[in-house]
Design a protein around this ligand. Sequence first.
Ligand SMILES: [Ca+2]
Length: 198
Amino acid sequence: MQDSFRITMSATTCLLSVVLVLFLTTTTFAKRELCHNITGTCLHGKFHCANKQQVAFSKRCDGIEDCEDGTDEYLCEHDDDTPLFLRSHQDRHMVEQASCARCECLATLASVDDFNVWYSLAQASQTDPIGLMTGTGAYGGLTCDTRCTKTYLLAFYKKSFVCRGFVCCTRQRECQHCHPGTLVSGCGARSPANRCYA
Ligand SMILES: [Ca+2]
C-alpha cells in the first residue's frame, strides 16, 4: 500500500511540475509580447528608451541592458503592465515605494522634453532629494511645477546591491526648461536654480 501511495504521489508531483513550468513559460511569453509596458513606452513596434534609442519588444525585461541608459530594464518585476502615469496617485505611490527600497546606485541621467514618450512618466515621477530638494538660493527646496516644466532631468537608480541589469527607480532631478509664460499662464522664467514654478 505504501509503495503504491508513493508512486501515486510521485506521479502527481511530476504532473504538477509540468503544469507549473508550462504556466510560467506562457506567462513570460505573454509579458514579452505586451512589452511589459509599465512605462507606457512600447510604441510603433519598438520599446523607446529614455535616451530615444529604440529596441525590439523582446529586449524589454530580458535582464540585459540593451538601451545605453538601461531603461529597457526599468520596473520589470511587476506583473501589472498598466503604465504608472495612468494609475491613481495612491497606487503609483505604492509601486514606487516598493520599487525604490534600497535603490541608491545611480545608473544614468536623461533629459526628457515634452516630445519624449517618457514625458508623462517624468511628470509623475517623485522628486529626487539630491538636486531638487537640496538646492541653494531663492528657489532652493522647491519642486518642479508640472504645468510649467517643459524638460525634466530624470535620474535613474538601481538597487545598491544589484548595479547591473535592473533599473528600479526614476526621480525628477532638475526642471531644466520652462514653458514660456505666454503658453502657460502663471509660469515664471527659468530660475537661477533651474526650477520652473508658478
Ligand atoms: Ca533588455
